[in-house]
Design a protein around this ligand. Sequence first.
Ligand code: SAH
Length: 346
Amino acid sequence: MSKSIISKKKSFLDLTSSELNEILLDVGEKRFRIKQINNWIYNQNVRSWDEMINLPLSLIKYLKSEILLHPLKLVSINGSENDKTRKFLFQTTRGNHIESVLMREKNRTTVCVSSQSGCILDCNFCATASMGFLQNLNANEIIDQVILLSSYTKSKITNVVYMGMGEPLMNYRQVIESGKLLNKNMGLGARRITISTAGIAPKIRQIADDNYSFKLAISLNATNDEVRKKIMPITLKHSFKEIIDSAKYYYSKTKRLITFEYVLLKGINDSTNDAKELVKLLKGFPCKLNIIPYNEIGGHYIRPEIKDINQFLFHLKPAKFIVTVRWSNGTDIDAGCGQLAIREKQ
Ligand code: SAH
């Protein structure tokens, strides 16, 4: 896939209010048009200026020639219309690629958004790592994923998880801003928005201090420094203890339960002893634990066999915290956790 800057035009979502005022003045229009346009974008899920039928034609003509309606350009959709899981590939105005995943369940429709194109953290079991780091997304590029997935699937989005490409807490300001926008403009409750981090300890403390009520998930993936350093190099910077301490700080400040994610990798972190260590480690700490059987990406890690997964879960039984298992949907289209990556040389 070749990288080209797709547009120098600004997108509507990226315009400041003084820029918007200027444009409206230029075309002899009033401020209430902004409210109308926002309503079309956030609530009516339109994908072109032409569909905004209560705007004067002269304004539509101007917007069409000067301003992008969406900062992201859809490249492809993977998965059929009726599929529970569909993967969307987008290009940013800087020409980089990102992916987002739509997951339909009985009572909820979740969008998994990317916060960066590529990722700098290099967790060696995750497909995104192979891309390297390309760019931080701005808040509008993050929320546009939700707006566009909602419009392409005609679905009302009930939950958003920051579990796509990238490390959300390495793009703190824009991620928080995007969460606020989802809240304010799309009416999504903060408790329906989950930010997942590989464990950027100082930022976990910051999110507690800033007191945002988004849900927090931490990808633990090991029970000690030794194993974690091998699979998640960020552990060289923030030790296991530092991460757990920041999680405890978060809980003591916010009284909100953290979900720890634990990707099960055969022969790496899936032993009976690992399960017991996990129970010990989180003992007395109010939290949830989400076990994710590994989604293979063609590297040297493999998913444990079902009997070993069950054995691991069995040894978690003494735990007082809630344990759930995430059997990722969409692995057939590489839309499962950690399978998002754009292979430039395809
Ligand atoms: N950087 C953030 C968010 C992206 S990854 C984080 O680390 O939390 C989202 C989740 O998918 C993380 O829990 C991560 O550990 C998990 N994951 C990554 N690669 C995976 C794979 N191949 N199979 C299953 N889960 C994976």
